[in-house]
Design a protein around this ligand. Structure first.
Ligand code: BGC
Length: 888
């Protein structure tokens, strides 16, 4: 019998593959296919569900026809708490049925409040006091064949069993809309539990729950008591189960972590270390009994997003100064310094952090505002030792160490939500490559549990405007589908009764309102619209219709809230808006006073939101809903253009919004694009847009054919450009274009200087990803790989490189759900364009190559035309006399 050429690989669900303890809904399966021969297609599939990995007995089989490999509901229905189910799939192609794939195991968590018999416990401490240690010993009669630990907390925690950490994860349970939703992590601790004496230990700190949080510097935002709830379930060979729960039998004390704050850093005194406290046999007779605490069990939900983990280490360069040792990681990261020192008991080591240095070589700490970002250690013994802070993180590249001990070495540990890398980009222009890398790092540094504005100052909040601006770029760079799925649940939970979406999610601002009432922050244009833009971006880039199903209610409520705010009038009332925030032509301390009218921007985002909601309705809701929101959008657009059209034409942001959100009528698109291109040329590619206009402008230009102007902006090196930052040594994306000025001085970051309530003036960050949105354009147009709205998730990939003068090559690879789609192109010596394109099974590539009137296009030696579709396989493409964008 000849072997079937088709293999099914990477069978998985919509959740991160490494997670166990997931929600119990039937998983949505997806798989990739590899084939030794070309020309095949998936005709059908069979998915089998079983309780055992050997598939001896079947729970249910699902048979389907057609090419779908993504988002298919698994057979067998929903799972019960703790249930483990195995799935495998085989597919039918023209070559017959493939073998079964390797099996995929899905494990449900504790799904109802009743499943939690553990009680939450606390040490009764107050904020800013030493972190709590909570411990208990227990005995087992044998080594369990399986052990699961379910944990959640008010605060942030680390758990150890028998002295060993249960996972390489940080800052659990992350920051969610705590009032309604607390993540439960499930750890496989089978290897940790022994036969006989065992011990479990939890270290618990303030974290986001009650530590200092927000630019108002408030404590106890969610409550004044930290608490942990843990349930360890051990199954033995004979099928018996032993459960160990947090309760009053736990004892508590404190250890070396004397103070731990997300913003301020950690104070660690190793003289307080209680060696072996999380192992059996430790004498805890002097410890107090833990007290019972309150965690609402209805708020407990299985976590669904990737944990926060170490993602990279950068050895730091050491420079000895008279009064300090200065360390440089060479890369701006979110994380901490792991320091090795040689010292004596009692010596102090202070580590301060900053993203950049002042011109005089000192740390630029003004950007941190009130965040102290300082880790202080007191050594507990003589000799060489490694110092690491806990329950904090800093945004930094540089650190100053002040100590009498000898600093041996330092390593910058970068942490992030461990979303899998999804893409690769490189080109012959090293500055553009560095820009790409800078965006990658701003993404990594700002996805620490939630999408934050920045990782360094007393903010680190889930600003919705920044998230929507960056969503497409983020989705191109990493597999952020689960990350958004989790955060969007919080976004919906934090919508107010009227349906308004918060400016930051989790909505801390409602918990600590601003002193002046001038700033209404719920439901602001371009921020609240994350409710529609992020789900649609996620749908388009990953192909996941379930994200739209999940969010449709939230999208409707936000669109209705906008509609209701009009009270029967044509437009939204004039109110405070962030507007095209940080327009570089706005007064530098009043970033909301952009050139483009905030009313025009607000109504245009409203229209765009209505269009996106109509789209979601069409896909997963009702036709009536679709017609209702589409009609709302159409009428609004007409009115906007009649009222604001003239004004919109006068600014780059105005034109970009008009074109990208299709506010201007079709008949005027050409003239608006021409005006926009003219302005860009006049400004010599200098950036004149803020947070809302910048993500749109290059798309607005290039879709109208103005590639020269788009490249002029992208490749500009003088101030107010992406590459200016690169040339100034940036390793992440800045909040202000001239954060480091041409003379080397640092922008003062003035903010609302006329406001008596504004105490801390600085708003200057070197790690704000919003402007990094540009890499989405780079993938689509420089390398030339783009997903389509109609056939999302790169199922149809548009191959449209637009080589420009100065570039001899570019390449990109996107790890789609189907497999890797990649392109490598170069302009060869005769001036022709030569490219290698790889298309995975299940994906169709549509050619839109840079042909001129005299070009000939060959694919694997055969003459072809643009518009042709290519199925899976590897293709060598050549375009003679290609059209090259000449931009300067
Ligand atoms: C944040 C921004 C945010 C803005 C809105 C700033 O402080 O850092 O990124 O979107 O406020 O007002």
């Amino acid at each position: 019998m000849t072997q079937n050429p088709v293999t099914v690989t990477q069978l998985r669900s919509q959740h991160p593959a490494a997670l166990i303890g997931l929600p119990g809904d039937a998983p949505l399966m997806r798989w990739s296919i590899e084939s030794k021969t070309t020309g095949l297609s998936q005709l059908g599939y069979e998915i089998e569900a079983s309780a055992t990995q050997s598939f001896e007995s079947t729970i249910e089989v699902a048979v389907g026809s057609g090419p779908e490999q993504f988002g298919i509901e698994a057979p067998g229905g929903s799972l019960a708490s703790r249930e483990q189910r195995f799935y495998r799939v085989r597919v039918e192609t023209e070559a017959g049925w493939s073998d079964w794939s390797e099996s995929f195991c899905f494990e449900a968590g504790l799904l109802s409040a009743q499943d939690f018999i553990a009680q939450a416990i606390t040490d009764g401490s107050k904020h800013s006091e030493p972190a709590a240690l909570l411990r208990r010993e227990f005995v087992t009669s044998a080594k369990p064949v399986s052990a699961r630990l379910y944990v959640s907390a008010h605060g942030v925690y680390d758990v150890m069993i028998n002295g060993l950490a249960v996972a390489d994860e940080f800052l659990n349970p992350g920051w969610t809309a705590y009032q309604d939703r607390l993540n439960v992590a499930t750890f496989d601790v089978t290897k940790h539990v022994r036969s006989g004496a065992n011990a479990i230990g939890v270290e618990l700190a303030d974290g986001w729950f009650r530590g200092k949080l927000g630019f108002m510097n408030k404590y106890d935002n969610y409550g004044s008591q930290t608490a942990v709830l843990a349930q360890l379930e051990m199954t033995f060979e004979d099928g018996s189960v032993q459960t160990l729960c947090t309760d009053e039998s736990f004892k508590c004390s404190t250890g070396e972590t004397r103070f731990a704050s997300i913003y301020d850093g950690t104070t660690t005194d190793y003289n307080f270390e209680q060696c072996g406290w999380a192992a059996p046999g430790f004498d805890d007779s002097s410890w107090k009994a833990a007290q019972l605490a309150e965690i609402d069990k209805a708020s407990l939900h299985p976590r669904i997003a990737d944990p926060i983990q170490e993602i990279e280490r950068f050895p730091m360069r050491l420079e000895q100064h008279a009064d300090r040792v200065q360390l440089d990681a060479g890369q701006n990261v979110a994380g901490w310094v792991e320091l090795i020192v040689e010292g004596k008991k009692g010596q102090q080591v202070t580590v301060r952090h900053a993203e950049v240095l002042n011109p005089d070589g000192t740390l630029h700490t003004q950007a941190l505002r009130s965040a102290k970002a300082t880790d202080v250690y007191t050594l507990g013994r003589d000799g060489r030792q490694t110092l690491v802070p806990k329950f904090t993180f800093h945004g930094f590249q540089h650190a100053d160490v002040v100590t009498d001990a000898e600093v041996v070495s330092g390593v910058a540990i970068a942490i992030s939500s461990n979303t899998a890398k999804r893409s690769h980009f490189a080109s012959s222009d090293i500055r553009l490559n560095r820009l790409h890398e800078n965006v990658v790092w701003s993404q990594r540094d700002n996805f620490v549990g939630l999408p934050t504005d920045c990782p360094q100052r007393d903010e680190r909040l889930g600003w919705t405007g920044d998230a929507q601006a960056f969503a497409y770029a983020a989705n191109t760079l990493v597999d952020a589908e689960a990350f958004w799925r989790s955060w969007l649940i919080d976004l919906e939970l934090d919508q107010d009764e009227a349906g308004n979406v918060a400016a930051v999610v989790p909505d801390l601002i409602s918990l600590q309102p601003m002193p002046s009432n001038e700033w209404e922050v719920m439901g602001r244009a371009g921020w609240a619209d994350a409710a529609t833009i992020v789900p649609v971006a996620t749908y388009e880039t990953y192909g996941s219709v379930d994200i739209l199903k999940q969010q449709l209610g939230s999208m409707r409520r936000w669109t209705d809230a906008l509609h209701n705010r009009r009270k029967g009038e044509k437009f939204l009332p004039t109110e405070f808006q962030f507007g095209d925030w940080c327009d570089p032509d706005a007064p530098s301390d009043r970033p909301w006073e952009a050139k483009v009218s905030a009313d025009y921007v607000a109504n245009s985002f409203f229209a765009h939101t209505a269009v996106l909601t109509a789209r979601a309705e069409r896909l997963v809701g009702s036709d009536e809903g679709a017609s209702k929101y589409q009609a709302m959008a159409d009428e609004l657009k007409q009115n906007i253009w009649a009222e604001f059209g003239e004004h919109a034409r006068s600014t780059t942001a105005g034109c970009s919004i008009a074109l990208e959100f299709e506010i201007c009528p079709e008949s005027e698109r050409e003239s608006v694009a021409k005006i926009l291109a003219g302005m860009v040329r006049k400004d010599d590619g200098m950036i004149t847009t803020g947070f809302l206009g910048t993500p749109l402008i290059l798309h607005a230009l290039s879709k109208a054919g103005y590639f020269e102007e788009a490249y002029l902006m992208l490749m500009r090196r003088e101030v107010r450009s992406w590459l200016y930052q690169v040339e100034r040594g940036a390793t992440t994306i800045w909040e202000r274009w001239d954060a480091i000025k041409e003379d080397g001085s640092i922008h003062a970051g003035e903010m609302d200087t006329a406001n008596e309530h504004q105490e801390d003036e600085s708003m200057i960050s070197f790690n704000h990803y919003a402007y990094g949105a540009v890499v989405d354009w780079v993938y689509r147009n420089v390398a030339g790989l783009a997903p389509t709205a109609a056939n999302p998730g790169y199922r149809t990939t548009i191959v449209a490189p637009r080589p420009a003068s100065g570039f001899s090559s570019a390449e990109a690879c996107i790890r789609t759900s189907y497999g890797n789609v990649s392109i490598e192109w170069e302009v060869v010596s005769c001036g022709d364009l030569s490219a290698v394109l790889r298309v995975p099974f299940g994906v169709t590539a549509e050619l839109d190559l840079p042909v001129s009137a005299d070009s000939q296009l060959f694919v694997n030696g055969e003459s072809m035309n643009n518009g042709s579709s290519l199925g899976y396989g590897e293709y060598v493409i050549s375009v003679s006399k290609p059209s090259i964008v000449r931009f300067k």
